[in-house]
Design a protein around this ligand. Structure first.
Ligand code: ZN
Length: 198
């Protein structure tokens, strides 16, 4: 990219490192950004910096949160005895959109994958185990139906069951390998309602 200034080139390189952004898109975005009024650029960079600096993990469920404890964990009406375990904050958001789930969540921020070298210690599992010392009646395993999701669900089930806590797995019907966040609300609800005790 010698035809461009080094500043522009490095902007394009940063952009093309983002997920789903190829070289062509990065080039288009870079030109768009440098063409923006200074104020708009500042708004964008401020939003990125502020998100990075201020978002933290909820002390209880590990979801991204502005506060030490997220609004879901802080809400009185939620059933704290029911914990739904999901892989990502986006999966949590998908279940929240159904508006029908009254329990709380636990976000693992990943799944166990021996192939990728991701073990139980690399996801937020320890934090879940700590929570089980409280009054928990049921752990609902809502990790994905991919190999990693299934492996993670089975691993957690083995850990939780001996504690005498009910463990269930959301029903299949969620397409194999399907990302939870892409599934419509009706299917999600059906998967939740049809969950099977392990
Ligand atoms: Zn929380």
């Amino acid at each position: 990219m010698e035809a461009y200034s080094t500043h522009l080139t490095s902007l394009m390189e940063e952009l093309s490192a983002l997920p789903g952004i190829g070289k062509k898109s990065a080039e288009r975005m870079a030109f768009f950004l440098v063409g923006l009024p200074e104020q708009r650029v500042k708004r964008l960079t401020d939003a990125i910096t502020s998100a990075k600096q201020n978002i933290r993990y909820c002390r209880i469920c590990q979801n991204f949160s502005d506060e030490e404890i997220c609004p879901i964990c802080a809400k009185e009406g939620r059933d704290k005895g029911k914990i739904m375990v999901v892989e990502t904050p986006r999966d949590l958001a998908a279940y929240e959109r159904t508006g029908k789930y009254e329990g709380v969540y636990h976000v693992l921020h990943g799944a166990i994958s021996p192939m990728l070298g991701i073990g139980p210690k690399d996801i937020r599992l320890k934090e879940l185990i700590t929570r089980l010392e409280g009054n928990v009646e049921e752990v609902i395993l809502a990790t994905g139906s991919s190999l990693e999701g299934e492996t993670t669900a089975m691993y957690i089930a083995k850990l939780v069951k001996p504690a005498g806590i009910r463990v269930s797995r959301i029903a299949s019907g969620v397409p194999v390998g399907g990302e939870l966040e892409n599934i419509d609300e009706v299917t999600l609800l059906r998967a939740l309602e049809g969950r099977i005790e392990l």
